[in-house]
Design a protein around this ligand. Sequence first.
Ligand SMILES: *Cc1c(COP(=O)(O)O)cnc(C)c1O
Length: 366
Amino acid sequence: MTTTYPLAFTSTPSTTARDEAEREAILSDPGFGKHFTDHMVQVTWTIQDGWHDAEVVPYGPISLDPAASVLHYGQEIFEGLKAYRHADGSIWAFRPEANALRLQRSAERLALPQLSVEDFLESLRQLIKVDGGWVPSAPETCLYIRPFMIASESFLGVRAAQKVDYRVIASPAGAYFSGGVAPVSIWLSTEYTRAGRGGTGAAKCGGNYAASLLPQEEAYRNGCSQVLFLDSQEGKYLEELGGMNVFLVKRDGTLVTPEINGTILEGITRQSIIQLAKDRGHAVEERPVTLDEWREGVASGDITEVFACGTAAVITPIGALKSKDFEIGDSSAPAGELTMALREELTDIQYGRRPDRHGWLTRLDA
Ligand SMILES: *Cc1c(COP(=O)(O)O)cnc(C)c1O
C-alpha cells in the first residue's frame, strides 16, 4: 500500500465557474438539491495502492464503465452535512467527525474501504477553499455537502470492488421550512419495512433509500410527507422515518426514542438532541417504543409532542400518524413547545448565535 496519510490534494480550477452575479442569483432562491457548486472532490482507492489521486476538479459528469459494480450491485454509501455561514462570514460544519466515523461504519458494512477522519475533514476543507462563496448567508440557509463512495471497478463478479471512488459534491440550500415550521402528517407503512436484523439499516447506503421509495409514494398518495417504518420482526416497534429519527415527548418532559439496535440509522441530530435535552434536565429514554405506546399515550394525554429529526430539516414536528385503519394525533395542532425550543437551540448553535458549549463546530474556511 502506498497510501499517503494525510492525503495531499491537487486542485484544478473550473474554466466554466459561474461569476458572482450568476452565483448570487442562484443563492437568492436555491431550493434544495438542484444547484451544485463549481467543483467537486475526488479520491480513488485501489486494492494495490490504497487511497490516492486526491483532487479538487471542476464539477461534472462521472465517467463509469457500464460494468462498474455500483451500477449492478449497489455498493454505495453516502453522508450528508451542512456548512453554515456565521455572522462574521466564517464557515463552519456541525460535528463533521461524527459523519466521518459514520462513513467508516457504513463502509465496513458495505465492504468498502475506510477513509480516515482526517482525510474526510480535509476533503470538506478543500471543497470549501474553492467553493466557499457558495455558502449562502440568508437566515436558515446553508451549503449542503454530500460525500459519497461508489464501487467503480468494472467487474460483474459478485464480490467487494477492488476500485472505489470517493467524491464530495455540494449544493446550496434554502430554508427548509420557507413558510415557518409547521407540523406534518406521516404515513405508517404496514406492508413494507426499512431494514431487517443483520441487514444494512444502520448503514447510510443508497439501497436503503431505494427500498423506501415505494412506501414513500404511498405516503404522498395519502397526503403525508414521510413514511414511518416499524420493526420487521414483530411489526410493533417504531424504527424511524425514511431518512429521519423519531422522538416522543411525554407530559412530564421525558423524551423517548427508539434505541440504536442495528436496524436504525444513528442520526447525529438525534444524538445532539439527546444531549441538549439532558442539559435542560429532561430524562431521555432510548429503548424499544411500541406503536401502541404512541397511540395510547396520545389518547390519554400522556404524549404531548412528537417530532422527527435529521440534518436536512433539523427537527420536523409531527402532527399526525396516519395508516389505512387509524389516525393518531391531529395534523392541525400547533408544533410542540419543547420541539420548537430544541430546534431553535440546535440551529442557534449551528449558526453561531449561541455558545458552542460542547465543541460541536469545526471551522472549514481556515
Ligand atoms: C441520515 C439519516 C438520518 C439522520 O441522520 P443525521 O445524522 O441526523 O442527518 C436518519 N435516518 C436515516 C435513514 C438516514 O439516512
